[in-house]
Design a protein. Structure first.
Length: 260
C-alpha cells in the first residue's frame, strides 16, 4: 500500500495485499487478496447496467468511467472500472439502483425501507407493475397466494406502492429531487425507453416525468441526444453508522446532491 492506495500487483514476495481483476464470463471482478485470502470482492454485471451515472459520480477515487449509450447496443459495457484506482469501498455498490455493481464486505447502507402486507388476497397489481420482477407470487402449503419481495432486484422506484389499491406498501426512496425536461425537447422518446422505472411518458404534447416513481438515476439525462434534461437531487438518505471512515462515505454519497 502506498499513500493510502492499493497497488494492483501479483507478486506475493513484495506485498501480501493486492487487487486482482478478471472477467468471469461477462462479469468483471476485482478482488482484494490478503495473504492468499479474498477479503473483499467487487462484481460488475453489464447486463443489469442501464448507464445512469450514479456510480461514476460518487466514486471517491474517480475509478469509474461512463461510456456513451451506444455501447449498450453493441454489447459493450456502459462502465469501465480502473482496478488500479478502485479501493473497494462499496459506495458504488450501495448507490447502484439495478444491482449491476456489488461489493461483498462493504458496510455502508442507504436508507431504503419497504413495508408490505404480503398476504393481501386476490390482487397482483404490484406484481404486474414492478418493472424489475422484484415482487413474485408464491403458493403456500395451503394453496394461498402470497407475495415475495426480492430485495436484490428492487430499484426502490415505488411503482408497487403507487398502484396498490389498499395502500399496504410503503417505499422510502433513497434519493429525492426533480427531473426537468427543457423546451427544446424533440420528443424522440429515448428517455422514455431507457428509464428503468417507466417514469417517463408522452401525452401527445410533451414528455412527462412521474416523480412518484422516478429514482433520479440520471439515465435519461445521459441518453438524451439534445441534452435538454436536468437532474436536480436535493437529498440522499443514509443510515447512520459508527466506523472511522463513515464521514468520508457520507461525503461521497452526498456529492450527487446538486444539479448535474
Amino acid at each position: 500500500m502506498r499513500r493510502g492506495k492499493i497497488l494492483n500487483i501479483a507478486d506475493h514476495s513484495t506485498c501480501s495485499m493486492m487487487n486482482i481483476s478478471e472477467f468471469k464470463g461477462n462479469v468483471f471482478v476485482i478482488k482484494r487478496v490478503i495473504d492468499g485470502n479474498t477479503k473483499r470482492k467487487l462484481t460488475y454485471d453489464p447486463s443489469l447496467c442501464f448507464g445512469c451515472e450514479l456510480c461514476s459520480t460518487v466514486c471517491p477515487q474517480n475509478a469509474i468511467k461512463l461510456f456513451p449509450l451506444a455501447y449498450m447496443f453493441i454489447g459493450r459495457p456502459r462502465v469501465r472500472i480502473d482496478s488500479k484506482n478502485c479501493i473497494l469501498c462499496g459506495i458504488c455498490s450501495e448507490i447502484c439502483p439495478s444491482g449491476a455493481l456489488k461489493v461483498e464486505g462493504a458496510r455502508i447502507r442507504l436508507k431504503k425501507l419497504f413495508f408490505a402486507d404480503f398476504e393481501c388476497e386476490d390482487c397482483r397489481i404490484c406484481v404486474d407493475e414492478c418493472p424489475w420482477d422484484a415482487i413474485k407470487e408464491v403458493k403456500t402449503e395451503g394453496k394461498k397466494t402470497i407475495k415475495e419481495w426480492v430485495e436484490e432486484q428492487c430499484i426502490f422506484c415505488g411503482r408497487c406502492a403507487k398502484f396498490c389499491p389498499d395502500d399496504k406498501i410503503f417505499v422510502e426512496k433513497p434519493i429525492s429531487g426533480e427531473v426537468i425536461i427543457g423546451e427544446d425537447c424533440k420528443f424522440c422518446g429515448v428517455c422514455k425507453d431507457i428509464c428503468p422505472s417507466h417514469a417517463i411518458s408522452f401525452d401527445g404534447r410533451r414528455m412527462i416525468v412521474d416523480m412518484d416513481i422516478c429514482i433520479l438515476c440520471g439515465a435519461c439525462k445521459n441518453a438524451c441526444p439534445t441534452k435538454v434534461i436536468e437532474i436536480r437531487r436535493n437529498e440522499v438518505r443514509i443510515e447512520s453508522a459508527y466506523y472511522p471512515w463513515f464521514s468520508q462515505h457520507e461525503k461521497a454519497l452526498k456529492s450527487i446532491v446538486r444539479e448535474v
